[in-house]
Write a protein that binds this ligand. Structure first.
Ligand SMILES: [Zn+2]
Ligand SMILES: [Zn+2]
Length: 283
């Protein structure tokens, strides 16, 4: 049995309210997730405004729905609205994706380029839902970090890396899709730091171990921000949503095996010169 058994009382003012919404947001939707104890506590504190689950159920051997470890995990139920629950279940894929990049760098880049350091800047933070005070576009305009930054010999910043996680391989894709908010973030950070950015597509799929599932990384592909923009097909409203996205030809991307030769040729220096000669315009 797990140690963490605290529950939200039905008398609590946040009963039948989204646990992640900081201000009361009524919802009667109950969502379930299998979590190891540390992750259940972490979610309660960091994402759910100190509101514990409404129920702890069976403990089984399986994947933790947050940290992906194969462990003893316990069923937990929370009230949460659909928007917030999507954010919560996406963390697991995000963790698998950033770990895949750190592992790739350690195995394939560090042995040949020991002077290059990869620093994770935008570590995945578990956060509650708070209404944003700034628009996405104005926050992109002042952004100066992306997911990772690569440092050179003298700790000098060389380029950013932004991750995009998805279930498919590039060859299966008809179009590569990037939310306008995400592309504005990339271009805003490039403008503000005068450093180029690479975009890594990280394939992450699910490994099912019922009743649990784990997120597992597959292939990696990369492109730089200029090449991506050259391959833009259109910008349009995403189907069934009100968010705009850019659509790009998958041919913008190369298999990650070619990334070491990109570093060898120091292509990022050439990209940096292009950044300083023509700033990007946010969409
Ligand atoms: Zn966990
Ligand atoms: Zn919510």
């Amino acid at each position: 049995m797990s140690i963490f058994r605290e529950i939200l009382s039905p008398n609590n003012p946040f009963w039948e309210a989204c646990a992640r919404h900081t201000a009361r947001q009524s919802t009667r939707t109950i969502n379930h997730i299998y979590l190891c104890d540390p992750c259940a506590i972490r979610l309660t504190i960091e994402s759910f405004n100190q509101r514990p689950p409404i129920y702890h159920g069976e403990t089984v051997s399986g994947y933790c729905g947050l940290c992906n470890s194969l462990n003893q995990v316990t069923l937990r139920l929370w009230f949460a609205c659909p928007i917030c629950w999507n954010v919560i279940v996406a963390y697991q894929k995000g963790f698998a994706s950033s770990e895949a990049v750190r592992r790739y760098w350690q195995r394939k880049i560090t042995p040949s380029f020991p002077e290059l350091q990869l620093i994770e800047k935008d570590e995945i933070r578990l956060l509650p839902y708070v209404r944003a005070s700034q628009t996405k576009k104005s926050s992109a305009a002042v952004l100066n970090t992306l997911d990772f930054i690569a440092l050179g010999e003298n700790q000098d910043p060389l380029f950013h890396i932004e991750l995009k996680t998805g279930p498919g391989t590039l060859s299966q894709m008809r179009e590569f899709q990037l939310d306008v908010n995400d592309s504005n973030d990339v271009m805003g950070a490039v403008n503000n730091t005068q450093l180029p950015a690479y975009i890594f597509h990280v394939q992450v799929t699910y490994d099912y171990l019922p009743p649990t599932r784990g997120a597992k990384s597959g292939g990696l592909w990369y492109t730089d921000v200029f090449t991506l923009l050259q391959h833009q097909i259109s910008v349009r409203i995403r189907r069934g949503e009100d968010k705009k996205a850019g659509y790009y030809s998958p041919q913008a991307f190369k298999p990650i095996d070619q990334f070491p030769s990109e570093l060898e040729a120091r292509t990022y220096e050439e990209l940096r010169r292009r950044v300083s000669s023509s700033p990007f315009t946010l969409i």
